[in-house]
Design a protein around this ligand. Structure first.
Ligand code: UD1
Length: 366
C-alpha cells in the first residue's frame, strides 16, 4: 500500500509532522514538497525541528500568482503520480498546494484523503475558502477536526467517509507545549532576530501578533493594524511573514513603532513558547487561533469571520475589524470566561485515528 502526501506551506509541515510518523509505521509514504514556502525559516527549520522525513520530491515552485503557482504544481504532481501510482493521495488544509494535489489526483481517479476537511469561513473571496471547497468535493476520505466541519460537509451533500477525528495541530501543540517548558525565557529571547537589526530585549510580558492574510496586507490595512498595536500596554512581538516584510522595511513610520518588536519568523517550539506565555495574541492566522485556544491564551482575530467558530464561545477568541479603536477595545476590554474550556480539538490522538481509518479503508479497496 502506498500513499503520496503533498505539502508545501508552513502549517502543512506541522500537520504532516504528526501524521507522517504514524503513516510510516504501517504504510509506504512518498512525500512531495511543492516548494510554496521556501525560505529557511518558513520551511527547512520545520523539517529539522519536527523531524519530518526528507521529501522524496521537491517541486521548488516558489512564489507566483495563484494560477501560475497552482498550475505549475499540478504539472509537477501529475508526473509524480503517474510514476508512483499510489493507492491514495493525502492533502492538508487549504493552501494552493492542497488544491493542486486535489485536482491532479482527482483527474487521475486516485482517491484523495483530505485532513482538515469541512472548514468554512463562508467568504468565497478568500483563496483558502475556494481551495477548501474544491478539495473537499474531490476527496474520497474526509477527516474533520470538529463536529462543525462534518456539519458543513453534510450541508453541501458530502455524506460518505466523513470522520470527526480531532485536530492534528492539537496533537502537535499538546506534544510541543510540554517540551517548551524545558528552556527558560532567556533561551527563547536569545534566538530572536530583529528584521530591523535592533537589539532584542528580554521581556517580562508581551503580546504576540502575526498578520499575513491577503485582505490585511495592503499598505493602508497594515498601517491601521500597526498603529493599534503600537498603543497596547505591553510590547508586541511580531514574527513577520515574508509576504509583508518589504512593506514594513519600506514604511517610513517604522521608527515610530517603538512598542513593536519586528522579528524574523520563528520555529515551531519557539512559537508555542511565545504563544503560551503571551498576555494575548492578535492574529489573522487560522492555525494560531486554534493553538491559542488549546494553550488557553486569549486571541483577537483581525478578520470578519473565523472558521474556528468554537473558539468564540466564552470570548477565548474575539473578532476585531481592521480598525484602530476596535482592535484596541477588543484587546484591552474583553472579559474572558476561562472556566468554560472544552477540548473541542481532541486529546492529541487525531493522527493515530486518521491512520487507523486510512489503513482499514485502503485494505478494503485493495
Ligand atoms: C499561504 C496560504 C495560507 C497559509 C499561509 C501560511 C495559500 C493561498 N495561502 O499563504 O492559507 O495561511 O501560507 O503561511 O496557499 N514568501 C517568501 N518566502 C517563503 C514563502 C512566501 O518570500 O518562503 C512570500 C512570497 O513573496 C510570496 C508571498 O510570501 O509571494 C506569499 O506566499 P504564498 O505561499 O503564495 O502564500 P502565503 O501568504 O504564505
Amino acid at each position: 500500500m502506498k500513499i503520496v502526501t503533498i505539502i508545501g506551506a508552513r502549517p502543512q509541515f506541522v500537520k504532516a509532522a504528526m501524521v507522517s510518523k504514524q503513516i510510516r509505521k504501517e504504510i509506504k509514504e512518498i512525500l512531495i514538497h511543492t516548494g510554496q514556502h521556501y525560505d529557511i525559516n518558513m520551511s527547512e527549520i520545520f523539517f529539522k525541528e519536527l523531524s519530518i522525513p526528507t521529501p522524496d520530491y521537491n517541486l521548488n515552485i516558489g512564489s507566483g500568482s495563484h494560477a501560475r503557482q497552482t498550475g505549475l504544481m499540478m504539472i509537477g504532481i501529475e508526473d509524480i503520480l503517474l510514476k508512483e501510482s499510489p493507492d491514495a493521495v493525502l492533502i492538508y488544509g487549504d493552501t494552493n498546494s492542497t488544491l493542486a494535489g486535489a485536482i491532479s489526483a482527482g483527474k487521475l481517479n486516485i482517491p484523495i484523503i483530505h485532513v482538515e476537511a469541512g472548514l468554512r469561513s463562508f467568504n468565497m473571496q478568500m483563496p483558502e475558502e475556494q481551495n477548501r471547497i474544491l478539495s473537499d468535493h474531490l476527496s474520497s476520505f474526509l477527516f474533520c477536526s470538529t463536529d462543525t466541519g462534518c456539519t458543513n460537509l453534510r450541508n453541501e451533500g458530502i455524506l460518505n467517509h466523513v470522520y470527526n477525528v480531532g485536530d492534528v495541530m492539537c496533537d502537535a501543540v499538546l506534544k510541543y507545549s510540554q517540551k517548551a517548558e524545558i528552556h527558560n525565557r532567556k533561551y527563547y529571547f536569545s534566538k530572536l532576530v530583529s528584521i530591523l537589526q535592533n537589539e532584542i530585549q528580554i521581556l517580562d510580558e508581551w503580546y504576540l501578533t502575526t498578520i499575513h492574510r491577503a485582505e490585511n496586507t495592503n499598505k493602508d490595512m497594515i498601517k491601521t493594524i500597526l498603529d493599534a498595536l503600537n498603543e497596547l500596554d505591553a510590547p508586541v512581538l511580531f514574527p513577520v511573514h515574508p509576504r509583508i516584510k518589504q512593506l514594513i522595511l519600506d514604511s517610513e513610520a517604522q521608527s515610530c513603532y517603538n512598542n513593536l518588536v519586528f522579528i524574523e519568523p520563528v520555529g515551531y517550539s519557539d512559537m508555542v513558547y511565545f504563544t503560551k506565555n503571551a498576555k494575548k495574541v492578535i492574529t489573522d492566522s487560522g492555525g494560531l487561533q486554534k493553538e491559542c485556544y488549546i494553550l488557553n491564551t486569549p486571541c483577537i482575530t483581525v478578520r470578519k469571520q473565523t472558521e474556528w467558530v468554537e473558539t468564540l464561545i466564552g470570548n477565548h477568541n474575539i473578532l476585531a475589524s481592521p480598525n484602530k479603536q476596535d482592535i484596541l477595545s477588543k484587546v484591552l476590554d474583553t472579559e474572558i470566561d476561562y472556566l468554560t474550556h472544552p477540548s473541542y480539538y481532541g486529546n492529541g490522538d487525531a493522527a493515530q485515528r486518521i491512520v487507523a481509518i486510512i489503513k482499514k479503508e485502503l485494505e478494503r479497496n485493495h
